[in-house]
Write a protein that binds this ligand. Structure first.
Ligand code: SF4
Length: 431
């Protein structure tokens, strides 16, 4: 979501004549786009801002801005704490960012803007892709905010109520990206399964997928993130029915114990989660599943933790994102007693990661010797190999056939024979 926002900020500023530079000494504006989902987000912003203190000392006219979810959460407090910061604005104010920068520059006053736009009035920023900036794979937002209340999560507080982007706008943006050279689109939202089209209407997520899948020239379609409670049989069937929809599903489970899931406010049980996995694997046996896991949620017992381990064993995810629980300010769980000691959380996280490493190795080993279509995204750093992804979103590196320039494969689907598996990636050769 932040990557998508950063691109829109870049486009808005570009239209006002700004260019990007790798050298901060050349900059008129330094913009930090922040995320508050991980721990110590605020401290990271402070240290990033502090690293520009010298620049601001030498060139006080440089505008230092902080955008994103930490900006939304902290607002004017950031201006108080970080004297070198001139401008703070939250995600709902991205559309005004060029005006805000000019206001700061002209008035020489420091500004914090954290207004949240009403659901009825919210309009999505439109991407304005240029072929020189567009990669093979791009993100397209279909939603903002979230109406769920998962106890640990800061997103509803910083991104506001859920709003779905009109179907026609999404399709038009995909068309623009494809015309500019993109070949794979990932539709993004906090809970794509609850997509409802314009004004809470009747265009559900499967209808949107069908419409996007029809865009000529689009080779691959993905989406993230699905909520297990809202994942429907119709969506499972879409993996089977839409050839362009790739066999990869990120379905965050968070915990393997139904009691912990209830305490987290997730709205499904272990059994219901496993039933959805069975449903989608029944229709698409080769689908790659990935997930998120939080260990050490307040009150999680050793037995409940073992339920997470057994779920990982039972499902066999391709890969996982795993975290030790820590409280986010303003979330319901922050009021709970954080009673799992840090050492214990670390030990549980280690167990989860060690187990998943074995499972991932098993899953990748299954692919060795097989042939798989790889969408080439770019050349390797040394330029001799290219890298791309399988339908299951696994990175594959391979050397192009003799006489084929690596650059010529970008954006093309190449059949690859998988020859070896690394820790997280595969190696292969053209089939
Ligand atoms: S579904 Fe839950 S975890 Fe995901 S963004 Fe919404 S509140 Fe956060």
């Amino acid at each position: 979501m932040n990557d998508y926002d950063a691109e829109r900020i870049r486009e808005i500023l570009r239209r006002r004549g700004y260019q990007t530079t790798d050298d901060a000494e050349e900059a008129d504006l330094v913009l930090l786009n922040t995320c508050s989902i991980r721990e110590k987000a605020e401290a990271k912003v402070s240290s990033a801002a502090a690293s520009f203190r010298g620049l601001k000392g030498r060139r006080p006219d440089v505008v230092l801005a902080v955008a994103g979810c930490v900006a939304q959460q902290e607002g004017a407090r950031l201006l108080e704490r970080l004297p070198q910061v001139d401008l703070v604005f939250g995600p709902d104010n991205i559309g005004r960012c060029a005006d805000l920068v000019e206001r700061v520059r002209e008035s020489r006053r420091r500004v914090a803007v954290t207004d949240v736009i009403d659901v009825e009035d919210y309009t999505f920023l439109s991407a304005d892709p240029r072929p020189e900036d567009v990669g093979t794979t791009v993100l397209v937002t279909i939603q903002k905010g979230c109406d769920n209340h998962c106890a640990y999560c800061v997103v509803p507080a910083v991104r506001g109520r859920e709003v779905s982007r009109p179907l026609r706008e999404v399709v038009a943006e995909v068309e623009r990206f494809v015309a500019a050279g993109a070949r794979e689109v990932t539709l993004i939202g906090q809970n794509v399964d609850s997509y409802r089209g314009a004004g809470g209407g009747t265009d559900d997520f499967v209808t949107l997928l069908v419409a996007v899948a029809r865009v000529p020239g689009l080779l691959r379609l993905r989406f993230t993130t699905s909520h297990p409670r809202d994942f429907t049989p119709a969506l499972a069937r879409a993996f089977h029915d839409l050839p362009v929809l790739q066999g990869w599903l990120h379905l965050p489970v968070q915990a393997g114990s139904s009691r912990v899931l209830a305490a987290m406010g997730r709205g499904y049980t272990r059994e219901e989660y496993l039933a959805k996995v069975d449903l989608v694997r029944g229709l698409v046996p080769e689908i790659a599943l990935t997930t998120d896991v939080i260990v050490g949620f307040p009150g999680e017992t050793a037995d409940e933790h073992r339920e997470t381990l057994s779920l990982l064993e039972a499902v066999e995810f391709e890969s996982i994102y795993s975290f030790a629980y820590s409280a986010r300010p303003g979330t319901p769980a922050a009021a709970l007693r954080d009673d799992v000691p840090l050492e214990e959380k670390r030990a549980r996280l280690h167990q989860v990661q060690a187990l998943q490493q074995l499972v991932t190795a098993r899953r990748l080993a299954r692919l060795v010797g097989r042939r798989t279509p790889v969408l080439v995204e770019g050349e390797s750093r040394r330029g001799e190999q290219v890298c791309g992804r399988t339908p299951g979103n696994i990175v594959v590196n391979f050397a192009p056939a003799a006489g084929t320039a690596p650059g010529s494969l970008r954006g093309r689907i190449v059949p690859v024979h998988v020859t070896a598996a690394g820790t997280h990636t595969l190696r292969g050769e053209p089939a």
